[in-house]
Design a protein around this ligand. Sequence first.
Ligand code: PLP
Length: 457
Amino acid sequence: MHNIDIDLVEMTLDVTKYVINRITNTNPVLGMPKKEEELKKLVGETITPEGIGGEVAFEKWKEVLVKATVPIDHPRHLAFVPASPTRSAIMFDLITSASCIHGAYWMEGAGGIFAENEAMRWLVSLTGMPKGAFGVFTSGGTAANLSAMVTAREHWRSLDKNHDALKGLIITSVGAHSSVKSMAKVIDAEILLVPTEDVLTYDKLRETIEGLDAFTRKRLFAVVATGGTTNAGIIDDLDGVARFCEEENVWFHVDAAYGGGALAADSVRHLFNGIEKADSITIDPHKWLFSPYDCGAILYKHPELAKKAHAQEGSYLDIFKDEGAQGFNPAEYQIQLTRRVRGLPLWFSLAMHGTNRYKEAIERGIELAKIAGDMIRSNSELELVREPSLSCVLFRKIGWTPEDYKEWTYENQRDGFALVTPTKWKTGETYETVSRFCFINPDTTEEDIAAILASMN
Ligand SMILES: *Cc1c(COP(=O)(O)O)cnc(C)c1O
């Protein structure tokens, strides 16, 4: 299979050509999903005893399968949290694959892990966490949140033997990302949601625990604040949450999977004050730091606590005797063992462009949200649901029903024009269906925004 033959050389050229075309195309076709049966009919049998050949398989990819995907870097893809990996990061993602590096232990991955750690040092510096704080790249925000919650829970149990028998309790807010709630299930912790999608504050946390009985309060081991909610870009009062956690002696985690990139943006950095006091922070470089999928990160104030919780033991893992093998082992700080050195594309792109370019590209996302806000304000048929926050804009078309938003979304996608999806926002006691933009891609233009708004007519 690994013989270098002429076919393989040709295939390599074909793949390279495809990659160059794709990453230089800043306006890729906005694809549509198809039903599985339809795709099967179009591609036929692909896995056969003899193989169908690279050329044929590649053809099926180009002609059918990739067209049933939505390129998330499309400048008019403003749904969920879009992405916009730099060309250099994508190129280096190919190099990361081609280099075949096992990124779990320094023994095998030293050079790659060194580069990842250079990028990590910059991330840590953005947070202002104290000396000694460090982190590791994960598959995404979900894995990062899980790794932090396991560390927090193990630390809590180490404080008092009686905690071993208790089901731990985490407090967060309704605005927290769904992964916080689902990862609490994974570690069998109970989650208490402060009923607000707006800013989580010291007072709201105090109020919440005052309503708890002594036994339940004893089970509290962590508070998860959000540094940029996924739905609306809201940043909790991190200073206030930090004070609460300090008084209650519980773990302070900040989920900044989406918003973390904005730590590099001077115009909004002050909104994150207090984040430097966190015990752990989640940041997704594959969201607002222009890395290809997948790349998350978990940062710890005391990495040794993560090591206590996560280091795996096994007779086959005992070989770190060599001088050169002494170093940082990413496997020991999060849930995964075998891992891709997925921070490598970020490192290369940061090294190539410099951190100022990152600042500018992130500020552009924030600026686009303001521009969209102004356009909405000056349009008598549209209304802002709330002021734009970070790069999120929630707005309504006066008189529209949930069905109208849905039809409009599908029509734009079918036309290959844009992907903008509705969301819900609670006004008073009821949830209202509204529209939402989330800006990441600095190639999105004011004309794009104007055209999308015009398509609501
Ligand atoms: C996207 C997101 C997550 C989940 O991250 P994945 O990389 O999708 O696993 C967690 N928290 C917040 C706030 C997010 O925006």
